[in-house]
Design a protein around this ligand. Structure first.
Ligand SMILES: *Cc1c(COP(=O)(O)O)cnc(C)c1O
Length: 481
């Protein structure tokens, strides 16, 4: 390689300016050197091919030694060259990664991004946008905020609500609980041990956030009358009239394992200010289930969400956006700013402007404008297409529920509310489930891993991909006969 940095810009007489298509006055373009031009075409071609595969390959993980033999050392002093590194990724490394958008990838929470959002992700990368401040990224932040507004409106949050796209629900929950803790500290003018209450079915990242923030996580005991969800009654049983130690209550809007939505109305009622007790911060974790807000057939399950002080939903789960993207919203964004704004002399030029700086609303300063792929797809397709797509997955989940019910050797774990269907295979022990799951992956037929409920192994289908059909589900259930 020459002594010049690898910018892809040709040197000397090759550097003829081209014409810009952007129409900016005075803007011109440089031409890529031949190798970069080849690479550009190859990258775009590979991306296009991947998106056009039908079906996409399921693929499978490979053992480390196996990969080491196949791939060897990739980071070298001389460099492999772009084309070779690209081929190595596309032909070997990518095939050692499961395709989360395969229609029979139904484990965990799959991610099936729209073509529009994935294509636009290439533009986000090419645009060198800093998404942390309005000063640097106003156009991107404007667009992201419109996508956030759509979600805020679905939840019935006030016009003042706002927030930021963070990498995932884990960061979203942590950032929201940090704002909640800060608000109690500000009100009391002191720091003391505080608690966060949630059901045992809340996501592991909630208790993890409590560890980070040194808050005591209280798993609120449930009784049969709570029907497996956090309720105001359960909170009253646990805390009586004294909730002065509570920094926040976390309600889950769609538990990850079973898709259960907590009783948001009675939980919000518990959190209301009463007598001399100030209101308790209500955080609603809808990382998976929050997308159900867009679906009229399940919208009623979310009643009460309009009282949330903070709320998250991951577009990379059930809103058809690529990794990584979590929409974090606050009822009163000023309370989040008070917790998250970073002060430093080199940042004063930003802080002093008083504009909408996304970095003020979560942990993290530098940020990719990661809400843009979601925004673009939403803007391109319109919100009605989102409603239709979420409803389609619910329809398939309901069909799956009926199929499980019709098969005597299968037994539902619980009546599904959203798009997760969990069930037992009668007569099977854990090793049977594991062997079955591995066989389906080995045959490149489906990716369905076992889960468990109350200590008993079960199977779990998470339907968030509109390309997953009733036939896919039937084919999988047939292998359980
Ligand atoms: C997935 C999930 C999370 C964590 O989100 P990540 O994006 O994986 O960090 C939090 N809460 C719930 C309910 C989830 O389903």
């Amino acid at each position: 390689m020459s002594a010049t940095p690898p910018t892809g810009r040709p040197t000397g007489s090759d550097a003829t300016p081209g014409t810009s298509s952007s129409g900016h006055p005075g803007e011109s373009m440089h031409r890529f050197d031949a190798a970069t031009e080849d690479l550009a075409l190859a990258v775009l071609d590979r991306a296009r091919q991947r998106l056009q595969l039908d079906p996409v390959p399921l693929d499978a993980p490979r053992a480390y030694d196996d990969l080491a033999t196949a791939v060897g050392q990739t980071v070298t002093a001389a460099g492999l060259g772009g084309k070779q590194a690209l081929d190595l990724f596309c032909d070997v490394l990518a095939e050692a990664c499961l395709s989360t958008d395969h229609p029979r990838y139904l484990s965990f929470i799959p991610c099936a991004a729209t073509e529009a959002s994935t294509l636009f992700d290439l533009i986000v990368g090419a645009s060198s946008v800093y998404g942390g401040s309005w000063m640097e990224g106003s156009g991107a932040v404007y667009a992201e905020n419109q996508a956030l507004r759509w979600i805020a409106d679905l939840a019935g949050l006030p016009a003042s609500a706002g927030g930021v796209f963070v990498p995932g629900g884990t960061t979203g929950n942590l950032s929201a609980l940090m704002a909640a803790r800060n608000e109690v500290r500000r009100r009391e003018g002191t720091r003391r041990p505080l608690k966060v209450a949630a059901a045992a079915t809340s996501h592991s990242s909630v208790s993890g956030a409590c560890d980070v923030l040194d808050l005591d996580f209280v798993s609120v005991p449930l009784e049969p009358s709570d029907r497996g969800r956090l309720t105001g009654a359960a909170l009253r049983r646990a805390f009586g009239d004294d909730r002065s130690d509570l920094a926040a209550v976390v309600a889950t809007a769609g538990s990850t394992n079973l898709g259960v939505v907590d009783d948001l109305t009675s939980v919000a009622d518990f959190c209301r200010a009463e007598g001399d007790q100030p209101r308790t911060w209500l955080h609603v974790d809808g990382a998976y289930g929050g997308a159900g807000l867009a679906a009229p057939s399940v919208r009623h399950l979310f009643d009460g969400i309009e009282h949330a002080d903070s709320f998250i939903v991951d577009p990379h789960k059930w809103l058809f956006a690529p990794f990584d993207s979590c929409a974090l919203l606050y009822r009163e964004p000023a309370l989040a700013r008070a917790a998250h704004t970073q002060y430093a002399s080199y940042l004063d030029v930003l802080t002093d402007r008083g504009e909408w700086d996304p970095a003020d609303y979560a942990i993290g300063l530098t940020r990719r404008a990661r809400g843009l792929p979601f925004w673009f797809s939403l803007a391109a397709h319109g919100t009605a297409a989102y409603t239709a797509a979420v409803e389609r997955t619910l329809q398939v989940a309901r069909a799956a529920t009926a199929m499980v019910r019709d098969r005597p050797h299968l037994e539902l774990v619980a009546e599904p509310e959203l798009s997760v269907v969990a069930f037992y295979r009668r007569g099977w022990d854990t090793p049977d489930y594991s062997a079955w799951s591995q066989r389906l992956l080995d045959e490149q037929f489906a990716f369905v891993v076992p889960s468990s409920h109350e200590g008993r192994t079960c199977l779990r289908l998470a339907v968030v991909n509109p390309r997953t059909s009733e036939d896919d589900i039937a084919a999988i259930l047939d292998t359980l006969d």
